[in-house]
Write a protein that binds this ligand. Structure first.
Ligand code: ADP
Length: 448
């Protein structure tokens, strides 16, 4: 069961190596925090212990100095010791001892209350007396740790007259160190929780990443499918439109009977539908090429004025059919750096939209320029649109929904394609419009 679990874990890690990053992060951060805290604390503790040892030895020194004068004056000595203990709360016990006659047992000359146990440490006195030097060692009782310090008292001639003993309590210091340890471990634990939260977040992001990669794959499959389907649809559509043309030619020579009239009407409807289908297929092909970066765009130093005139000529018939005034107010000798074929495609799209969505009035194309760009605006007196619609206008398949537009056919792809191409040429395509008044579409192109 456990081995099965491990195997599944290993398999999962192999499939998703980014999870290793999370594991390494948990282990590394936790280890760094704990080891760093542990070593810093140990260092701090040992250096403060040393500091306190020096303090204890210094205090022992002071004690022995005044002890040398007072070792025979029991009362004075007692008063001095009591005063010292009163002043320093870290000093626990003080005792001054004197050896008995002819090397007999040590007896207490003066001691603070609670130093009753001093007499039981006879081995310590013997060592101190024979070594003749100060000693300090760490010890502990039920109240905590303390430095045990002992030193020999000498008279003016250097003769040993007694010993001074005292204990420096470390409990306050230990309490302080413990509170730091608690705080450090708390911070380490809090950091661990933060790391865990980060890892959880990372796991969640990791899930999104997997989803995003999948979506990207699906998106690519969709683009490939649209590209393939559009290609496949293009040839039969060309054939259908060809046959419609042939049938139309055949009908031309026939007498104007009711049947022939009906047939002509059917063929006209068929031609309209086939043309719409062709437009959609062509737009879809352009979209997939743009999305896969396969649409060739070759900018060159081009004559914009000539391209505008060509586009206006091409759209002249449609404008006439709708009895719209088509005005070309673009200045002469405008040169830009762009792909002429693509600029014409955009202008034809803008003009055909302007004509399509303008029931009456005029469509005008004009230009202006600044230091870096030339701006060509296609202005109409048509349906216009609301600010809400303007925001979404350049999205794929977006069409303004109103009673008037529902009667006009279109794919909702033309403006998206035009804007993408304009951006790819280093320009832009923007719109300004007022509902019921008209629209201004402006193509921005880089100057030569
Ligand atoms: P299509 O015209 O094939 O629907 P487009 O992408 O060219 O697609 O245009 C998107 C939509 O923007 C149109 O459906 C129409 O609602 C709106 N539109 C475009 N040009 C104009 C215009 N000159 N005046 C009013 N609305 C327009």
């Amino acid at each position: 069961m456990i081995s099965n679990l491990i195997k599944r874990g290993v398999d999962f890690t192999k499939k998703n190596p980014t999870i290793l990053y999370s594991l390494v992060l948990i282990v590394a951060v936790t280890a760094i925090i704990f080891f760093n805290s542990y070593y810093s604390l140990r260092k701090f503790e040992s250096s403060t212990d040393k500091l306190l040892q020096s303090k204890a030895l210094l205090a022992g020194n002071v004690l022995k100095t005044f002890g040398s004068d007072l070792v025979d004056e029991r009362e004075n000595l007692q008063a001095k010791i009591d005063a010292i203990k009163e002043q320093d709360s870290e000093i626990k016990d003080i005792a001054i001892l004197k050896p008995g006659e002819e090397g007999g047992a040590f007896s207490v000359v003066a001691s603070t209350a609670g130093s009753d146990n001093v007499e039981s440490q006879s081995t310590l006195y013997a060592i101190l007396w024979s070594e003749g030097e100060a000693i300090a060692f760490l010890d502990h009782d039920e109240q905590g740790r303390f430095w045990n310090v002992g030193d020999v008292i000498r008279d003016m001639d250097g003769k040993k007259t007694g010993i001074a003993l005292f204990r420096l309590s470390l409990s306050e210091h230990d309490r302080f160190v413990q509170s730091i340890i608690d705080r450090v471990y708390f911070v380490a634990l809090a950091s661990l929780v933060v790391v865990l939260l980060l890892v959880v977040n990372h796991a969640r992001l990791f899930k999104y990443e997997l989803k995003a990669t999948k979506l990207e794959e699906i998106d690519k499959m969709k683009d490939d499918f649209i590209s393939m389907a559009s290609h496949e649809l293009k040839s039969p559509l060309t054939a259908i439109r060809g046959y419609i043309g042939l049938l139309n030619d055949n009908l031309q020579g026939k007498p104007d009977s009711d049947e022939a009239k009906n047939q002509r009407r059917y063929l006209e409807n068929m031609d309209i539908s086939a043309t719409r289908l062709r437009d959609l297929v062509e737009d879809l092909l352009e979209v997939s090429k743009l999305e896969q970066n396969r649409l060739p765009i070759r900018p060159e130093d081009m004559d914009l004025t000539a391209i505008v005139q060509g586009s206006v000529n091409e759209m002249g018939v449609s404008a006439q059919q709708k009895k719209l005034q088509l005005v070309n107010g673009v200045k002469k000798n405008l040169r830009v750096s762009a792909d002429p074929e693509r600029v014409k495609q955009i202008l034809v799209n803008l003009l055909s939209n302007a004509i399509k969505y303008t029931p009456e009035g005029k469509v005008e194309i004009k230009s202006k320029q600044d230091d870096k760009f030339v701006y060509v605006t296609v202005a109409d007196t048509g349906l216009g649109m609301s600010a809400e619609n303007m925001k979404k206008l350049f999205s794929k398949f977006y069409r303004v929904k109103s009673e008037e537009t529902s009667k006009i056919s279109g794919t909702g792809l033309g403006l998206w394609i035009s804007k993408e191409i304009a951006l790819k040429m280093g320009g832009d395509l923007t719109v300004e419009s007022i509902e019921g008044v008209g629209s201004h579409f402006t193509l921005k192109l880089r100057k030569v």
